[in-house]
Design a protein around this ligand. Structure first.
Ligand code: LLP
Length: 431
């Protein structure tokens, strides 16, 4: 469910015609619907109502302070993977007691900062990381609360780049080695074992991998409890998929029921790290058509059209990186006859496309298009490739909209740059 609608050839986000946003702010621009974000959070939270749980929004999906704050205002915590995310989560009102810190490569300064702030737990991914956390906590005269991220070796049946719970992946500690690592961790003076963690992948559209992983984690939790380890938090990660095209992912309730069943009878608090399911369909990327052109079709009949738009792979990397599908919708009237088109950006790579071989009405320069389901891993993965300033971001609530991040300026593009003295004009030798 989302609050973007096309009626009589005009797209609105909640009560705002998106054309107005494009005119006021320019394009490309990300537009987020506050009502959709809140609705998704509440549905997810309600699904777990019968079970003690903490939702830690996985902010890598969308790190906009306004998006994070939307969730923290509703009681959410945050799942972070860097010191940068820690700072931004705190700025957006996340209570440290609801922050979990995941990721395979935590640096010392990042561990120090998380300990100083008093986060809920570190999800630890290797023995060496455990040793480092123990040493850092020791120097700070603290005890670090930890879970071990266990790799349950379950196939999430998703894109290989976003599968994380297979034994060939870099993530976590093999489930077969977990007991040994837990026993080792429990003997460290500056480590407090509090939980078990796993995350098997992203954009999962079936329930069975979650059920398999939860079943394996349950067995492990039972064994750890029998050994006297005080496990009180079970973090089952994120990963619930959304509909980009025709996928039919499980409803959060179905997912919650399956998870609840796996951990029934235990006195634990579940930690959940949803990202995409909260934000994916709550955002679109608005872009304008700059030019159109046609090439002979490869199949020998008809023409292949290119709609060259002002958004590109630097703004939304998912199609180029994973071959992901994002629906393209005309945000204004579309009168042309239907053609087959690639929607491409201005970047100098053939991999720069937002959509391939789509049946769309013929576009004209100036037409406004919406790239749908762009709220997750859209802006947060954007870059400055080809020295393109990053897009603006807007949040809509009811009939109002506000810019929540200005379009990057040309000055900011070279913000931290210095020209070394040996290249400065005064030093150049005269010929
Ligand atoms: N927790 C951990 C430890 C994760 O690694 C991730 C995502 C999540 C939670 C949130 O997963 P979600 O609920 O959003 O599926 N850039 C890719 C997705 C990468 C996901 C990485 N980890 C994409 O655009 O599809």
């Amino acid at each position: 469910m989302h609050h973007f609608e096309v009626k009589r050839g005009k797209m609105t986000c909640e009560g705002v015609p998106v054309r107005r946003i494009a005119e006021a702010v320019g394009t490309p621009v990300y537009v987020y619907s506050h009502a959709t974000l809140s609705h998704h959070y509440k549905v997810f939270d309600d699904a777990f109502a019968g079970i003690p749980h903490v939702i830690c929004y996985s902010m890598k999906a969308n790190s906009s302070g306004s998006v994070i704050r939307t969730f923290t205002n509703l009681g959410s915590g945050v799942d972070i993977v860097s010191g940068g995310e820690l700072a931004r989560a705190l700025d957006a009102g996340a209570p440290p007691s609801k922050i979990v810190y995941s990721g395979v490569g935590k640096q010392i300064w990042e561990i120090e900062e998380a300990l100083r702030r008093g986060i809920l737990m570190f999800n630890v991914e290797s023995r060496e990381e455990l040793e480092t956390i123990d040493a850092v906590a020791g120097r700070m005269r603290k005890r670090a609360p930890i879970a071990i991220r266990v790799n349950p070796d379950v196939d999430p049946k998703t894109h290989p780049y976003i599968s994380t719970g297979l034994k060939k992946n870099k993530f976590g500690i093999r489930i077969g080695d977990a007991i040994r690592e837990y026993e080792w961790a429990a003997r460290r003076k500056h480590i407090e074992v509090v939980g078990v963690d796993c995350h098997i992948g992203s954009q999962l559209t079936e329930i069975s991998p979650f059920v398999d992983a939860a079943g394996r984690i349950r067995l492990l939790v039972d064994r750890l409890l029998r050994k006297g380890l005080p496990i009180r938090l079970v973090d089952i990660g994120g990963g619930l998929g959304i509909t980009y095209r025709e996928e039919l992912p499980p409803h959060p309730k179905q997912y919650a029921d399956a998870v609840a069943r796996a951990f029934s009878g235990l006195e634990i608090t579940l930690v959940l790290e949803p990202g995409r399911v909260l934000v994916g369909n709550a955002g679109v990327l608005l872009t304008r058509v700059l030019y159109t052109k046609a090439a002979p079709s490869l199949k020998g009949k008809g023409k292949k059209h290119f709609f060259i738009v002002d958004a590109a792979m630097n703004d939304l990397a998912r199609p180029s990186l994973y071959g992901s599908y994002h629906a393209i919708v005309f945000a204004g009237p579309a009168a042309g006859k239907t053609v087959t088109a690639d929607v491409v950006g201005p970047i100098c790579e053939s991999g720069d496309f937002l959509a391939k071989d789509r049946r769309l009405p013929m576009a004209r320069p100036g037409d406004l298009l919406a790239v749908m389901s762009a709220g997750a891993y859209g802006f947060s993965m954007s870059s400055n490739y080809n020295s393109r300033p990053r897009a603006a971001e807007v949040m809509v609530s009811g009939r109002r909209f506000e810019v929540v991040r200005e379009r990057e300026s040309l000055r900011e593009l070279a913000g931290g740059e210095r020209i070394p003295s040996f290249l400065s004009p005064g030093r150049r030798k005269a010929r």
